[in-house]
Design a protein around this ligand. Structure first.
Ligand code: ADP
Ligand code: GN1
Ligand code: MG
Length: 363
């Protein structure tokens, strides 16, 4: 089923939310790669309607249980309960999601008013506040019982498993693309040992498992549209046990790249050390002393790991025929993979500089 076919049940779904009033418009919205997101406007209020991607999330009901637990926990601590976290809008029957007649799961949130999502930071200070926001987010969940959370996607940030998946996709070569990406496959293979670094640190007890966000892209923060401060961390589908250094790393991957994630001119792709430093400062402040020295030491590895892993995931999806990430044109996933691998190569050159920065921010 194509996405368009799956979204055909939007009207049917809206009728299950008729208590919100007459719908004026309901149009595709935002830059997410996973769910189908619709800005839904009534005479009085705005809402976000989402079709949960059930190729990616095999148990949407479990995801909604996770989100209920996490948002309640955050709301209880928050100053502004309406804007500090997502608010699920129930169906006419009081359910947290609707399963439509062709099996897709839909959910609705209040639109967090007076906020905007952005794909790029507006400078160093702005990016520092993002680090603080994601650091604080982790802090708010530090006392959340991780055993209450379902594993949203098994092995989500298990980089060695992502490596194996890539090798399997190469061997299967389902859509006959492997020959054309030999260079990218070789790049991945040259990093097989690196891929194990954090898994080994976990096994040896150097890296604790925490409740983490696991998808810390800049556009998963909503910012106040007037004063630009982070208001709310969204996209809570992947909140589960994970490594703090991966939450740090995924933000660096996306936000400290001098180019967009899918820029095809690879000469524009590099790690901005100024942005790296700002984010590190903010993140450490947001974590407020919770990170161990070993975690802090591994922050640069987290940045490289998330970039490498994301590159492998894009490449795997390209080899499997673009079944996971939303693409906007043919070859989009390959462009993204090349971009991420170019960033890994630049990070490798800057690893010592990153370590020096982390050490100086940790004083
Ligand atoms: P995806 O998993 O596809 O990335 P997200 O949950 O991140 O889906 O939503 C996509 C985009 O929709 C976000 O980047 C943001 O712009 C917007 N968005 C999502 N939820 C809300 C909300 N409650 N209020 C305002 N904007 C939202
Ligand atoms: C996806 O959902 P979104 O667009 O915020 C993906 C992340 C990737 C990211 C790459 C559930 O994030 O893991 O890092 O794309 N989310 C999921 O841009 O797979
Ligand atoms: Mg998102």
């Amino acid at each position: 089923m194509t996405r368009e076919e799956a979204c055909a049940k939007k009207q049917e779904t809206l009728s299950e939310y008729s208590h919100i009033g007459k719908i004026i418009s309901c149009e595709l919205y935002g830059n997410g790669h996973i769910n189908d997101t619709f800005l839904t406007v009534t005479e009085n209020k705005r809402y976000i309607l989402q079709r949960i991607n059930n190729t990616v999330f095999p148990h949407p009901d479990e995801i909604m249980e996770n989100i209920a637990g996490v948002t309640e926990h955050i709301r209880a601590k928050a100053g502004d309960p309406k804007r500090a976290t997502l608010t699920v809008v129930k169906t006419n029957n009081g359910a947290p999601f609707y399963k439509d007649s062709i099996g897709s799961y839909w959910r609705m949130y209040d639109f967090v008013e007076g906020t905007v999502a952005r794909d790029r930071a507006e400078g160093i200070e702005d990016f520092e506040t993002c680090g603080e926001a994601f650091g604080r987010f982790q802090g708010m969940l530090a006392d959340f019982d991780a055993s209450r959370l379902h594993e949203a996607i098994v092995n989500f940030h298990n980089t060695p498993v992502r490596y194996e998946n890539l090798m399997r996709a190469v061997a299967a070569d389902k859509v006959g693309r492997a020959e054309s990406v030999r260079e990218e496959i070789s790049f991945a293979m040259a990093h097989e040992e690196f891929a194990k670094t954090l898994a080994l640190a976990y096994e040896s007890g150097d890296l604790p498992l925490r409740v983490t966000h696991n998808d810390t892209k800049l556009n998963n923060i909503l910012f106040d549209s007037v004063n630009k401060a982070p208001v709310c961390v969204i996209d809570l589908d992947t909140v589960m046990g994970g490594f703090s250094v991966n939450d740090f790393g995924d933000s660096i991957r996306f936000g400290a790249n001098t180019a967009a994630e899918d820029e095809t001119d690879l000469s524009l792709v590099s790690l901005d050390l100024g942005l790296f430093e700002a984010y590190t400062r903010g993140f450490l402040r947001g974590c407020d002393g919770r990170l161990t020295e070993k975690e802090i030491e591994l922050l640069p590895v987290g940045a490289m790991m998330m970039t490498f892993e994301c590159g492998m995931r894009f490449l795997t999806d390209y080899l499997e025929g673009d079944v996971y990430f939303r693409i906007h044109h043919e070859g989009h996933n390959l462009e993204r993979a090349r971009n991420q691998f170019a960033l890994v190569a630049d990070m490798e050159k800057k690893l010592d500089a990153m370590k020096t920065i982390v050490a100086s921010c940790n004083k």
